[in-house]
Design a protein around this ligand. Sequence first.
Ligand code: GLN
Length: 317
Amino acid sequence: MDNLDHILAGIAAEMRGMENRGKVADYIQPLAAVSPHKFGMAVVTAGGSVHLAGDAEEAFSIQSISKVFALTLAIGAVGDQLWRRVGREPSGSAFNSIVQLESEHGIPRNPFINAGAIVVTDVLLGHHQPREAIGQMLRFVRELAGDDTITVDEAVARAEQDTGFRNKALANYMRAFGNIHGDVEQVLGTYFHFCALAMSCRQLALAGRYLMDGGRTTREKGGHRVITDRRARRINALMMSCGHYDNSGDFAYRIGLPGKSGVGGGILAVAPGIASIAVWSPGLNASGNSQLGQLALERLVQHTGWSVFEPRGGAGG
Ligand code: GLN
């Protein structure tokens, strides 16, 4: 698809010239040090072709995008029992909000806010020691992306650990309600390592293929089933309704694709049956989502008609 290369090059050029790039996360030094001028985008199509633009090969901190991979592993481990401990509704509040937890008795609204992902991590630790759970996650994303060079950025993990007072409060609070079963320090240490996964747009888009393709890594021989197509559909539904915190409605309105953001400035988006897309621009909007990442995805769906709300076969617009 030469056309796709052309579209991505156009988007990257437009984004290069943008003045309003949002604000780079500064709660930890390794994120604060990233240049706001970075921009990368990668599209992997259902046919297997890979299209890149800008800084698409540069690794960045995937942060909360890891919540999608953690959820996938937890559903694989305990199935629908997971939903006894975490909800499936948009939160309508910030990613690290604590307010709802009191009235909702320590059950987080969904697996994509911090509290929900901390519960998901606790579920994974029901089956593994922290070191094993981190190893399992690393093996999982490497296998999904078909790339053994993916690593955890230990400096990011340490900085998260040193400054994560709010996450500690969330975990302790849920522990008080009996919804964290393991040792809080171990759960958080594991959660922070998941957040500290470093991946490029190319690696991330490749890792997202199973969500585009009904739970399978690729259609070709050698591709294998990661989860059932039903579960892939459901994870996509959660990404659509909850993937951008208090900005999820606006993301669905503007882009119309399941997506998950992270405070490193990355977004993984899925056009089911069509493409897996990753975009990275470190500057964030007020809800903690990549400012230009969202705009770039908006441009992409305008050009391609990939919104899930587009009548199939219709043109974009
Ligand atoms: N490490 C961040 C935190 O736990 C992740 C949040 C995010 O990416 N939105 O606060």
